[in-house]
Design a protein around this ligand. Structure first.
Ligand code: SF4
Length: 87
C-alpha cells in the first residue's frame, strides 16, 4: 500500500477545546451554527472549517488540522474568526 502523505493529519491528535484561550479569542466552535455572531460579525452562514483555506483534511473525515491550532484537531463543521475562503 502507498505510504501515507507526510502532511496527513492523524485521527488520534487531541481535539481543540472550545474553552481554551485561542479558541475563545477566535470564537472557535465545533459547530459553526454555535458561533456568537454578535461577537464575531465576520461569520457568514455557510462558512466552516471544511471550506476554509487553512483546513487540512485528516484521516478522520469529520476532523482535520489547522495551523491556528497546531497539534490539535478542528471539526470540519466548525468555524473560527480566522476563516479564509479556499483559493
Ligand atoms: Fe477552522 Fe479555518 Fe478557523 Fe482553522 S482557521 S479553525 S480551519 S475556520
Amino acid at each position: 500500500p502507498p505510504e501515507p502523505a507526510a502532511e496527513s493529519v492523524p485521527a488520534d491528535m487531541p481535539r481543540v477545546r472550545e474553552d481554551e484561550p485561542t479558541a475563545q479569542a477566535l470564537g472557535y466552535r465545533h459547530a459553526a451554527s454555535d458561533v456568537d455572531q454578535a461577537r464575531f460579525p465576520r461569520f457568514q452562514a455557510g462558512q466552516n472549517c471544511a471550506n476554509c483555506n487553512l483546513y487540512q483534511p485528516g484521516a478522520d473525515a469529520s476532523w482535520g488540522g489547522c495551523p491556528i491550532f497546531l497539534g490539535r484537531l478542528v471539526n470540519a463543521a466548525g468555524w473560527c474568526n480566522s476563516w479564509v475562503p479556499k483559493v
